[in-house]
Design a protein around this ligand. Structure first.
Ligand code: FES
Length: 159
């Protein structure tokens, strides 16, 4: 019996013909599992390795190299909220914006709210400098985030 659902396995398998080697599918596979489960469990690492003809340690090494993926002890919340703190955003108040999110959510960067709704992170440039200071909500940019807009955003994400 597989740990990964049939849907996840099919999504991973669909990537295999699109890449030059099975090993190259490691990252997409990790993203698929991470998006669905909000962390990557040991059992998933073993199954990805088996599907891609790799050793579990190779999948684990890739996963931990990027420091993007969460493990079982520290899963993501429903929404991953990234606050950019690179130069353009920094010059337009990103540090204070990040502090504001921390105060309002009562968590530090890297942590998840008690209700599991929001994981707060800081990010380096997220490619939307024209809208500094900006954030990413999962994969969606939100630009020109004032403290007022941050409060609206929190309301939206915690409904
Ligand atoms: S510096 Fe924040 S998006 Fe580029």
């Amino acid at each position: 019996m597989s740990f990964l659902s049939e849907t996840i396995r099919k999504q991973i398998e669909a990537y295999i013909p699109r890449y030059p080697s099975k090993q190259a599918v490691t990252l997409p596979a990790l993203h698929i599992v991470h998006d669905e489960l909000r962390y990557v469990p040991k059992e998933a690492i073993e199954e990805i390795a088996e599907m891609l003809d790799l050793a579990p340690s190779e999948v684990y090494d890739t996963m931990t190299f990027y420091q993007f993926f969460r493990e079982k002890h520290n899963p993501l919340g429903k929404t991953r909220l990234w606050v950019c703190r690179s130069l353009a955003c920094h010059l337009r108040g990103a540090d204070k914006l990040l502090d504001h999110f921390c105060d309002k959510l009562r968590i530090h960067p890297g942590e998840t709210t008690k209700d599991g709704k929001i994981t707060l992170e800081f990010a380096e440039c997220i490619g939307a400098c024209e809208g500094a200071p900006c954030v990413l909500i999962n994969d969606e940019h939100r630009l020109n985030i004032s403290h007022e807009k941050a409060d609206q955003l929190i309301n939206e994400l915690t409904k």
